[in-house]
Write a protein that binds this ligand. Structure first.
Ligand SMILES: Nc1ncnc2c1ncn2[C@@H]1O[C@H](COP(=O)(O)OP(=O)(O)OP(=O)(O)O)[C@@H](O)[C@H]1O
Ligand SMILES: [Mg+2]
Length: 478
C-alpha cells in the first residue's frame, strides 16, 4: 500500500540515462523534430535559429508572456567573448523596432575607443551620446540628484538611507534612521524657501543642525537628535565632499541637481558608468540611485501612442461590478490603451546582484516589472561571481528566461546545480560554440540557439578590437 502511494518514481525529477546517439546532422535534425520544444510563436525579435530543429528562433517576453512565461526578466551568462553582449545588443535593437524603449547601464569600457561598449549602438539608434558619469564631474558628464523632487517621498527616504548605509558599510539603527528621515524633510523645507531643489549636502547640514521642534516631537532633546544623526552626516560629507574637502566619491555624479541633458524619452538611453571605479562604493550607490530614478521618472505609465492613461477614455466592461478598462484617445486616434514596454539592460550585473542592498532594491523593481511592462536583462559571467545572500537569490529567482553561453567545466557544473537544470546540460554547455547558447524559457529548454547577426550589427557589436588583428569590417565566420 505504501509503495503504491509512493509517487516519487513518477515525479519529473527522475532522469533517464540513455546511451549517446551518434548521427549525421540531418539525421539528428529529423530525429529531434518530433520531440523539439514548441516554438515561442511568431511575434517578437528574431534571434537566429534553433540548431537542432533548424527552426527560426523568435523571442519576445511581452508576446510570450503568460503562455508558459510568467515574467519578462532575463539573465545572460557565460565565459568572456562568447557573445552575451552581442546577443543583448541586437536583441534590444530589434525590440526597439517593435516600439520598445531601452535603458542600458554600461559598465564596460572599450579601451581603444575610450567609451562604453554600448555607445556606438546607442548613437546609431538615437543620435544621442551616452549619459556619462565620471567622478569629479567635468565637461559632458551628468548628475542625478537623489533628493530630486521627482522621486516620491517614501522612496526617497529609502534611497538616501541606502546611500548612507552603503557608505557606512552597515545598517543604520532606529535612532539614526529617524534622524535621517527628519533631516530629509527639513532639507526639502529649507531648500524650498530658497527656491531651489535640495541636494545631499542639505541633508548633511540638516543632520548637523536639528530643530528643537523636531526633537520634541520624538521625545528627544536637540543634543540627542544631533547625536543620533551625526554619523550619517559624516558619511554624506565623505561621499559628497564639502567646501574644504573635494575628495568625495560621489562628487560630480550625485551631489548636485539632476542635469537636464538626460532625454528619457529616447528609444535607447545608455548610462555610461565606465569611468566609475568598479566594485567601489560609488558604483554601488550610483546604480542604486539610477534604478530608483528610472523607476520614478522613466517607468511612468504611458501608452504606446505616447499619451498618459488619464488621456484615454474609461470604458465600462461590466456594468454590474463597474469594472472598466482604458479605451481610445480621440486626440491621437489611438483605439486602446496599450502599456509601452520597456527593457532595462545591466551589463556586468554582478555589481548589482553581488551587493545584497542593491539586490534587494532591485528585487522590488523586478517584482513589479510585470505591472510596469518592463523586462530586465542581467549580463553576468558566472553565478559564482554573484554572492549567495538571500536577497541575491530572490533577485535571481525573478529571471524567467536564462541564456547560458559556453563555460568551463566547474562553472558549468555549478550553474547547472544552482539552476536545477538536467545533469546532461553541464557537458553540453561546455561544448557550445561562440554565438550559440542554451536558452531556458520558463520551464522549456532550447539546447542550442544560434544567434545570427547582420553585417551592420557585426560592426556595432564588435568588441574584440583590443585583442585581435581583425577589424569589425571582417565578419566573424567562426
Ligand atoms: N553570434 C555571433 N556571430 C558572430 N560573431 C559574434 C557572435 N556573437 C558574438 N560575436 C563576436 O564575438 C565577439 C565577442 O562577443 P561579445 O562582446 O558579445 O562577448 P561577451 O560574451 O559579451 O564577452 P565579455 O564577457 O567579455 O563581455 C564580438 O566581437 C562579437 O562581434
Ligand atoms: Mg560583454
Amino acid at each position: 500500500m505504501t509503495d503504491l502511494l509512493d509517487l516519487a518514481p513518477l515525479t519529473p525529477l527522475h532522469q533517464t540515462v540513455r546511451r549517446p546517439l551518434y548521427t549525421e546532422t540531418n539525421t539528428s535534425q529529423a530525429l529531434y523534430l518530433p520531440i523539439a520544444p514548441p516554438t515561442l510563436g511568431t511575434a517578437g525579435a528574431v534571434i537566429g535559429r534553433e540548431l537542432y530543429s533548424g527552426k527560426a528562433f523568435i523571442y519576445c517576453p511581452f508576446s510570450a508572456f503568460g503562455d508558459g512565461l510568467p515574467g519578462g526578466n532575463m539573465i545572460v551568462m557565460g565565459d568572456t567573448g562568447r557573445g552575451k553582449s552581442a546577443l543583448t545588443k541586437t536583441y534590444t535593437a530589434r525590440q526597439i523596432r517593435l516600439g520598445r524603449k531601452v535603458v542600458v547601464l554600461d559598465t564596460k569600457e572599450q579601451k581603444e575607443r575610450e567609451e562604453g561598449e554600448w555607445a556606438a549602438l546607442g548613437r546609431s539608434l538615437t543620435g544621442h551620446a551616452p549619459v556619462k558619469f565620471a567622478p569629479g564631474g567635468g565637461r559632458g558628464s551628468s548628475c542625478i540628484n537623489p533628493m530630486d523632487p521627482a522621486i516620491a517621498g517614501k522612496r526617497q527616504v529609502e534611497l538616501v538611507r541606502t546611500i548612507v548605509e552603503l557608505g557606512l558599510g552597515r545598517k543604520l539603527d532606529e535612532f539614526a534612521g529617524s534622524a535621517l528621515r527628519i533631516a530629509i524633510r527639513r532639507a526639502h523645507h529649507r531648500a524650498g524657501e530658497e527656491g531651489r531643489p535640495p541636494v545631499l549636502a542639505d541633508v548633511a547640514a540638516a543632520l548637523r543642525a536639528p530643530e528643537e521642534t523636531d526633537a520634541q516631537a520624538k521625545q528627544r532633546t536637540g543634543d540627542e537628535l544631533l547625536a543620533d544623526g551625526l554619523e550619517a552626516s559624516y558619511v554624506l560629507d565623505r561621499l559628497c565632499g564639502s567646501d574644504q574637502d573635494s575628495t568625495g566619491d560621489l562628487i560630480g555624479m550625485l551631489d548636485g541637481p539632476t542635469s537636464l541633458s538626460i532625454d528619457l524619452d529616447a528609444d535607447m538611453v545608455v548610462f555610461d558608468l565606465t569611468k566609475v571605479p568598479s566594485g567601489g562604493v560609488a558604483m554601488t550607490i550610483l546604480v542604486a540611485v539610477i534604478s530608483v530614478f528610472l523607476e520614478e521618472v522613466w517607468l511612468r505609465p504611458l501608452c504606446e501612442c505616447g499619451t498618459e492613461p488619464t488621456q484615454h477614455e474609461r470604458v465600462t466592461v461590466d456594468a454590474s461590478s463597474g469594472a472598466w478598462e482604458l479605451g481610445a484617445n480621440a486626440s491621437t486616434g489611438c483605439r486602446r490603451y496599450t502599456q509601452r514596454k520597456r527593457i532595462l539592460v545591466c551589463e556586468e550585473a554582478w555589481h548589482i546582484l553581488g551587493t545584497p542592498q542593491l539586490a534587494s532594491l532591485l528585487e522590488k523593481f523586478l517584482k513589479f516589472a510585470r505591472g510596469y511592462g518592463l523586462s530586465c536583462i542581467f549580463i553576468v559571467h558566472h553565478l559564482s561571481d554573484i554572492d549567495d545572500s538571500a536577497e541575491t537569490q530572490a533577485a535571481l529567482k525573478m529571471a524567467d528566461t536564462i541564456i547560458i553561453y559556453s563555460m568551463k567545466k566547474s562553472e558549468a557544473e555549478d550553474t547547472v546545480a544552482r539552476l536545477g537544470l538536467p545533469a546532461w546540460t553541464a557537458e553540453h554547455i561546455m561544448r557550445l560554440r561562440r554565438g550559440v547558447a542554451l536558452w531556458k524559457v520558463g520551464e522549456v529548454i532550447y539546447p542550442g540557439v544560434q544567434h545570427l547577426l547582420t553585417e551592420t550589427e557585426q560592426h556595432l557589436c564588435f568588441s574584440s578590437g583590443s585583442m585581435t588583428d581583425l577589424s569589425s569590417a571582417a565578419p566573424d565566420t567562426e
